[in-house]
Design a protein around this ligand. Structure first.
Ligand SMILES: [Zn+2]
Ligand SMILES: [Zn+2]
Length: 407
C-alpha cells in the first residue's frame, strides 16, 4: 500500500515539520510583505529535490510540481503563508520575533504541513500516476488577497482538482471536518460618513444632529436582515465602529462615521444588502436634512465546496481515520480567499480541529494568544496524502467504485 509507506515517512518527518512551523512562527511577515517566508519555502522545496518551481506567481505565490512517471490527473494543494498585524501574547518559546506581527491564524501550520507532504511524496515520485501541484499562497488575510491574483495568473489552468485545509482552534484536536456547498461567507466591508450640521447642544433646532441620524441608520439597517431578506438565506450586517463628537456635553456633532461588515453566502443576497445599505442610508439622511457618503467594498466571494469532491473527502478521511474522527461541520461566517480557487476548479476546503484545552490552546484565530496543537500538522498531512492516494495511485479501487455506482 502506497499510503501506509507515505504515512510512515510523514510521521518520521514530524519533528522536522514542527521545526519548520516554529521557524515560520518566529519569523512572521504580514500580507504582501512575506519576503523571508517565500525564500524559506523555495529553499526548503529545493532541498527536497524539486526542480520545477515557479516564484512570484500572481505577485508573491510559489508553485512546485511533482510529476509522476505515468500520466494522470493534476491535483492542486494550496497552503497560505501570511501573518497578521497582531502583537503576540502567547509567551511561547518560539513566539514572534517581529514586533506587531504574528501567525495568529495558523498559516505557519498550513505551510509546514504542505512542505512535509511535498517532502514525503518527492521520495515516491516514480510511483505516481499524475501530478501534484503544490501552491503556496501569499496574502490571504488582506484584500484583494493573493488567491485572486494567483488564479488570474493561471495557477489552476493545468489543475483538475484543488484542495486546501484550515486549522481550527479552539475546536478540540482529533477531528477532521468537511462542509458541502457553502462553507464560508463572503466578507464585505462598508464605511458611512454622515454630514450633519453642528451647533449648540441647547439649540438642536438650528442643527442637523449627526449622532441621531447615525443612530437611525444603525437601527434601520438591521431591518434588511429581519424584514427584507429571504429568511432561508443567511446574512449578517454588523456595525463595528461609530464615531462622532469630541467628548463634549454641550456640542452637537457635525459629522458621524460608521464602519461595519456584511457576511453572506448567496450572491443575490449580497447584491440586495449592498444596494439597501446605500439606498436606505441616503433616504434616512435625506429625511433628516443630512447628507452621506457610502463606500461599500466587496471582499472575497463565499467559499463553495463542490458536492462530489466533498463527499469524496468524507469517504477518504473516514477510510483513513475512522468514523469517529470525521464529521460534517456547519457553514461559518468567516471568509477565505480559497473561494477563488473553487470558482475555477472542482475541489473542497476542509478543516482540521487543533485546539487543546489541557494545554491551554483555547483561543480563537486572530487572537494574540492563538495557538494550535502541533499534532494537527501530522493529521493535516495525512489528509493530503489520502487525496493523492486516491487520485494518483488507487486507480483500480476507484474504477471498481465507479463501476458499482454506475450499475
Ligand atoms: Zn485569518
Ligand atoms: Zn486563515
Amino acid at each position: 500500500m502506497a499510503y501506509s509507506k507515505w504515512e510512515a515517512a510523514l510521521t518520521a518527518n514530524y519533528e522536522t515539520t514542527v521545526s519548520w512551523r516554529r521557524y515560520l512562527h518566529e519569523h512572521p511577515e504580514p500580507s504582501f510583505e512575506e519576503w523571508e517566508t517565500r525564500a524559506f519555502i523555495a529553499k526548503t522545496l529545493k532541498s527536497f529535490g524539486y526542480s520545477e518551481i515557479q516564484e512570484n506567481v500572481g505577485g508573491g505565490g510559489i508553485v512546485a510540481y511533482l510529476r509522476g512517471k505515468k500520466a494522470g490527473p493534476t491535483i492542486g494543494f494550496r497552503a497560505d503563508f501570511d501573518a497578521l498585524r497582531i502583537q503576540e501574547a502567547t509567551g511561547l518559546a518560539f513566539a514572534s520575533k517581529n514586533p506587531g506581527v504574528m501567525h495568529a491564524c495558523g498559516h505557519d501550520g498550513h505551510t509546514a504541513t504542505l512542505l512535509s507532504v511535498a517532502k514525503v511524496l518527492a521520495d515516491f515520485q516514480e510511483s505516481l500516476s499524475g501530478t501534484v501541484k503544490f501552491i503556496f499562497q501569499h496574502a490571504e488575510e488582506v484584500l484583494p488577497g493573493g488567491g485572486k491574483s494567483m488564479v488570474e495568473a493561471g495557477v489552476l489552468d493545468d489543475v483538475d482538482y484543488v484542495y486546501g485545509l484550515h486549522l481550527r482552534s479552539p475546536l478540540e484536536f482529533g477531528k477532521v471536518t468537511y462542509c458541502s456547498g457553502y462553507a464560508m461567507a463572503a466578507p464585505d466591508f462598508f464605511e458611512i460618513k454622515i454630514q450633519g450640521k453642528g451647533g449648540h447642544a441647547a439649540h438642536p433646532d438650528a442643527t442637523v444632529d449627526s449622532v441621531l441620524v447615525a443612530s437611525y441608520v444603525v437601527n434601520q439597517l438591521q431591518s434588511i436582515i429581519s424584514r427584507q431578506k429571504d429568511p432561508m438565506k443567511s446574512g449578517v450586517v454588523t456595525f463595528s465602529t461609530l464615531k462622532a463628537g469630541d467628548g463634549a456635553y454641550n456640542v452637537i456633532a457635525d459629522t458621524a462615521f460608521l464602519k461595519g461588515t456584511v457576511r453572506t453566502f448567496a450572491p443575490e443576497l449580497r447584491d440586495l444588502i449592498e444596494e439597501k445599505i446605500s439606498s436606505m442610508t441616503k433616504s434616512i439622511c435625506e429625511a433628516h436634512g443630512a447628507t452621506c457618503e457610502v463606500t461599500y467594498t466587496r471582499g472575497y466571494p463565499a467559499v463553495y465546496n463542490h458536492e462530489e469532491e466533498t463527499k469524496l473527502l468524507a469517504e477518504l478521511f473516514t477510510e483513513t481515520f475512522g468514523e469517529a474522527s470525521v464529521e460534517p461541520t456547519p457553514l461559518r461566517m468567516g471568509g477565505e480567499d480559497f473561494a477563488y480557487y473553487l470558482q475555477e476548479k472542482p475541489g473542497s476546503f476542509f478543516f482540521v480541529n487543533s485546539g487543546n484545552k489541557e494545554k491551554g490552546i483555547i483561543y480563537p484565530h486572530h487572537h494574540p494568544k492563538f495557538d494550535f496543537d502541533e499534532r494537527a500538522l501530522l493529521l493535516g498531512g495525512k489528509c493530503f496524502l489520502s487525496i493523492v492516494d486516491h487520485y494518483l495511485v488507487d486507480k483500480q479501487k476507484k474504477t471498481i467504485k465507479e463501476t458499482v455506482s454506475n450499475q
